[in-house]
Design a binder for this molecule. Structure first.
Ligand code: GLC
Length: 815
């Protein structure tokens, strides 16, 4: 069929080059045809295929697919030939669709569900999304368009939407910049970015998902395209938001809100959440490049235990290997890994080891030999092996997009698991190659049978590596939950791994950046995230390190890490006074563990992000948009890390309602800012009034058998508030079969009384025999306390009335 070219749409190539940021090679000598952008034209017809409607302009086709009540997917096929419907991010684009309807009007077609209507203009193919009331939430500025790619085939694809005047933009992964992305142009291309700086782009991860927030209403766009993608949030043109790619399909999901929280939950419903991590993975982790030899590792372990500073994991960076060959041990430094790991385990430490993708070219090395024999390594366009230098020297690289390679890779962990390794850290998987940055574009990938060059597979390489790692460990772990961490990621990687923000720097600016990056990662689907506490490169002074530890307590993943050329960096490295403060805060992490674990459950089960920016908590208040340092961890705890040196007090905004200042139990009114004192041994930390916060006694590491009475801190409020406590084995997948316990406590405060009602759901046998409840902030003198109608004695502990109750209490009345 002849192509319809809109003459008005033909623009000089020079201009387009500038606009798109994509470099085209135009050869005037050969007089090649000019590359033109082609735009969708007037609609000439449509067909229905189940819950999809395909519209055509006689040449190109657009599929509008109802994914769920709140999610609609759009795909563009420039010559009406859609690519295979395969995505690493979205395992199943068909969710439960209750009801949808199709309507043709004079000027439009519309596809609607119970909550959202997608309207397609006949005349110009412009697409918009409306809510039930007919209010337009998101609309095209320009019809979707594309250009042919003369070098690789396929198309550069573009989508340009209207940016509303007040619209703010969130998400897109790990971008080291302000939370609101308005005015930014961003690129997604996984890159090894040692010592990155503010606003540097791109970094290690590609999460082409953003949330638009306009006048208090939010929606999401997930551009599921693994090629190098670009986003322009009203940067070039103040009234337009564009996203485009160097290849692949223009395919995006419109995700309805109106709450940002719902948008993120729905994004998780298609891309998945992190499974519940083993509880120990939520403790404190100590890492360094590198702890070796074995005696050094024991010295670190003893350092923690002798000082009673809690710690659950010690990491071995690349030097544990023999010449950096993955899955081997340096026998000189670690003559008996099994014995060492057992000794560490006896003291309550898990051992986590690093594994990189570069496999040393060495015919005497079994991993290389197996990979070579079975053709697991990546090949160039003309069939040469993809070779490059990384830590071991000359390397080849497994093609993790090949399911057979993943299976093989997963099995390679057997040796490590057999000696007792508990977790695996995948690094350098952007993939990073010394000198040239990454693989050249012509490298071929299996792409799970859907084939592609590195242009297509680059951004998912790290994801598929850690997927192979996760799947391998899951099999080898005999039903125990694996712990994995990855540096590179694409949307959906949260199903397999946690992430950290990569090689940051020991500066105050980087501490602040971490606060922004973790909030951003969290709303971008990667809730299990952390920074290198203390900064990877450079030297933090003691104050910076301590402030970073404090932020770490409320980072979903808490690990201190440092580069090899820096001074020693353990919690005790900065003198006795700071050691005591660092200890106090690491202990705080352990006290909060049952709360933290419950928040992780909410994430795993329901897709709630773990960290929530203020603009998510109160999205209707526009003046909240610039607030970046306060965030909540779950819905009951709010923090505002100190990110400046010498700071003695900080203005902290508290969302509406009432909040308890954690250190003094003073009640503060929300909806306004407060001056909070920030002595070095306190960080601004607040508990929502009405919350019931479970608290562990201080432990040196997560010992699943140790606690038989759990403390519940009950924060009075004169309203009704629900709190949840989640429990399970702590390390198995039995929770997927409902072997868990969800305890719901409903608090209701009156002027002269406080009532708690408990309900329990799930099949897990409760771990704690008793609970110790302390009542904080009661505005009345206690006359009596009734537990299931029986008068119960209370006593003052730490100045707070406290009772001990049996685990299956149903109702408590304090009056
Ligand atoms: C990379 C990692 C860093 C690690 C180092 C050595 O720079 O980002 O965390 O310590 O490699 O393996």
């Amino acid at each position: 069929m002849a192509e319809t070219i809109n003459k008005d749409a033909i623009e000089p190539i020079q201009e387009e080059t500038l606009e798109s940021g994509i470099q085209h090679v135009n050869n005037p000598v050969l007089d090649l045809p000019q590359i033109v952008k082609k735009y969708l034209q007037k609609i000439t017809g449509y067909v229905q295929r189940g819950n999809s409607y395909v519209f055509t302009d006689g040449s190109a086709a657009v599929e509008v697919k109802v994914v769920s009540d709140e999610i609609i997917r759009i795909r563009l096929a420039p010559h009406s030939q859609f690519l295979d419907d395969f995505s690493y991010a979205v395992p199943n684009p068909d969710q439960h669709v209750a009801l949808y309807a199709f309507q043709e009007e004079e000027d439009t077609y519309s596809v609607s569900t119970n909550t959202v209507t997608c309207v397609i203009n006949k005349k110009d193919f412009l697409i918009s999304f409306q809510d039930r009331e007919g209010q337009v939430i998101n609309r095209d500025h320009t019809p979707m368009h594309w250009e042919e790619n003369p070098d690789f085939g396929g198309y550069y694809v573009y989508c340009t939407k209207v940016a509303e005047e007040q619209e703010a933009f969130y998400g897109v992964g790990d971008k080291p910049t302000h939370l609101n992305l308005r005015g930014k142009r961003l690129t997604n291309w996984n890159s090894d970015t040692y010592s990155f700086s503010f606003d540097q782009d791109p970094l290690y991860r590609s999460i082409p998902f953003y949330i638009g927030l306009n006048k208090g209403e939010a929606y999401g766009i997930f551009f599921d395209n693994t090629f190098k993608t670009y986003f322009d949030f009203a940067a070039e043109k103040h009234d337009q938001t564009s996203f485009w790619s160097e290849g692949g399909e223009l395919q995006y999901y419109y995700i309805h809100g109106p709450h940002m929280m719902d948008v993120v939950k729905r994004y998780h419903s298609i891309t998945g959440t992190h499974y519940l991590p083993p509880l120990w993975a939520l403790g404190f982790h100590q890492c360094r490049w590198s702890y070796y030899p074995e005696s050094k590792v024991h010295e670190i372990a003893a350092g923690f235990r002798s000082r009673n500073i809690p710690c659950d994991a010690i990491y071995l960076d690349i030097d544990y290997m023999d010449g950096y060959r993955c899955f081997t041990w340096n026998k000189h430094y670690f003559p008996n890994p099994k014995k060492m790991i057992k000794t560490l385990a006896d003291q309550g430490f898990k051992t986590v080891v690093i594994i990189d993708p570069g496999i040393k070219v060495d015919d005497n090395y079994w991993v290389f030999k197996e990979g070579k024999e079975n053709k697991y390594f990546c090949r160039r366009g003309d069939d040469y092996f993809m070779e490059g230098h990384v830590w071991p020297g000359r390397c080849q690289f497994p093609d993790f997009t090949n399911p057979e390679t993943r299976e093989w890779w997963g099995g390679l962990f057997k040796g490590l698991v057999d000696v007792g390794v508990a977790g695996v850290w995948n690094d350098m998987n952007e993939p990073a190659v010394f000198g040239r940055g990454t693989f050249p574009n012509d490298v071929r990938h299996n792409y799970d049978g859907y084939r592609g060059s590195h242009r297509k597979a680059h951004n998912v390489y790290g994801m598929q590596m850690v997927r192979a790692t996760y799947e391998g460990l899951k099999k080898l772990n005999h039903g125990k939950r694996p712990f994995t961490i990855t540096r590179a990621a694409y949307a959906g990687t949260q199903r397999y791994s946690s992430v950290w923000t990569g090689d940051n720097v020991a500066t105050w600016e980087h501490l602040r950046l971490g606060v922004l990056q973790l909030q951003r990662l969290s709303v971008s689907g990667m809730s299990f995230c952390g920074t290198d506490i203390g900064g990877f490169s450079g030297e933090p002074d003691g104050e910076l390190f301590t402030r970073w530890i404090q932020f770490g307590v409320f980072s979903p993943f808490m690990r201190a890490h440092s580069a090899g050329d820096t001074r020693e960096r353990e919690p005790w490295s900065f003198g006795a006074e700071l050691e005591a403060i660092n200890k106090k805060f690491i202990e705080l992490r352990y006290k909060f563990l049952p709360y933290i674990y419950s928040v992780f459950w909410e994430h795993a089960q329901y897709g709630f992000p773990i960290l929530r920016p203020i603009s998510m908590l109160e999205q209707a208040i526009e003046s909240n948009i610039p607030r970046e340092e306060e965030f909540s961890f779950g819905d009951k705890v709010l923090v505002s890390p100190v990110v400046n040196p010498g700071q003695v007090s900080k203005k902290v905004y508290l969302p509406a309602g009432y909040w308890y200042h954690y250190w003094s139990d003073t009640v503060l009114k929300g909806g306004e800012e407060h001056d909070i004192a920030t002595p070095l041994d306190e960080m601004p930390l607040f508990i929502k009034a009405g919350a019931v916060i479970p608290e562990y006694p201080v432990m040196q590491y997560v010992d699943l058998r140790q606690v038989d009475s759990l403390k519940l801190r009950v924060y009075y409020a004169d309203i009704e508030v629900n709190s949840f406590l989640y429990e399970d084995h702590g390390d198995t997948f039995a929770y997927e079969q409902e072997i868990y316990l969800e305890k719901k406590i409903v608090l209701k405060g009156e002027k002269n009384s406080l009532t708690l009602n408990q309900t329990i759901d799930g099949l897990f046998t409760e771990r704690y025999e008793t609970y110790k409840l302390s009542f904080i902030g009661l505005p009345f003198e206690i006359n009596r306390i009734l537990v299931d109608n029986r008068i119960t004695e209370w006593k003052e502990e730490e100045g707070v009335p406290t009772i001990q109750v049996d685990k299956d209490f149903r109702n408590i009345v304090v009056e």
